[in-house]
Design a binder for this molecule. Sequence first.
Ligand SMILES: NC(=O)c1ccc[n+]([C@@H]2O[C@H](COP(=O)([O-])OP(=O)(O)OC[C@H]3O[C@@H](n4cnc5c(N)ncnc54)[C@H](OP(=O)(O)O)[C@@H]3O)[C@@H](O)[C@H]2O)c1
Length: 258
Amino acid sequence: MLSLKGKTVFITGASSGIGKACAELFAEEGANLVISARRFNLVEELAKTLSEKFHIEVLPVKLDVRNYSEVTENIAALPEKWSKIDILINNAGLGRGLNKLYEDNVEGWEEMIDTNVKGLLYVTRTIVPGMVKRGSGHVINIGSIAGHEAYPGGGVYCATKHAVNAITKSLRMDVLDKGIRVSTVDPGMVETNFSNVRFYGDTERAKNTYKGLTPLTGKDVAEAVIFCATRPPHANINEMIIMPSVQANAFVTYRKET
Ligand SMILES: NC(=O)c1ccc[n+]([C@@H]2O[C@H](COP(=O)([O-])OP(=O)(O)OC[C@H]3O[C@@H](n4cnc5c(N)ncnc54)[C@H](OP(=O)(O)O)[C@@H]3O)[C@@H](O)[C@H]2O)c1
């Protein structure tokens, strides 16, 4: 098992849910962290908590992954000791709505494509060249079962996660001779702020997503990410699909009457 102690880990979307849980578990493993999100106050607070609790160094960064110049400038401006990123966790992402394509809002499509696809590409394009130069690194993308299946009302979200799946596979081939590993962790239902965002703050509808079943937690997914990151250098987890035990796929779940 590879030690994460002293490694530098860059996480996007670390202010909530899976990204935040990744920050907590990597901190527990003794890694130093760059934690980024748009809500700077949240990553700043998390940085303070984790550095005090685990005696590691944590740098909070305000970052909107949709903005290419912000991505390149903020990453170029990282202090020297933070610039050698060992592990990149491309987690920032969102769903917007669950509507029939022909009735859906174009603004939501722009947000999903700009964040889940273009944002992931911008961050990857900016960080991976350093890994190539050093001949080592690991990119771990947070995909989704929506990258393997399409479901009604999810046309654009599923398209973005299919794109993440393709980018993951392609990048893995591009860096095969560079000592860089590329993995994707693809969850089913995880109870985070995801559904609140998807349903534009309709908390009742968000809660109903998980009615009658026990969903995954951000920590469950973060544990899968830690497993990928701690494989010995000769082994790579290409893809890990993780679901609640009562979810078989995007369509079939077993829910208890409540
Ligand atoms: N929850 C699920 O059921 C589920 C299932 C499969 C896959 N996923 C994937 O898991 C990832 C994390 O989602 P989550 O479930 O943890 O949801 P979440 O709790 O809503 O967290 C999403 C994170 O992404 C960040 N983010 C959103 N837009 C961003 C932007 N433009 N720039 C930078 N950061 C941005 C948010 O931070 P700020 O708002 O502070 O910027 C937040 O930290 C996403 O890629 C999602 O597609 C989730």
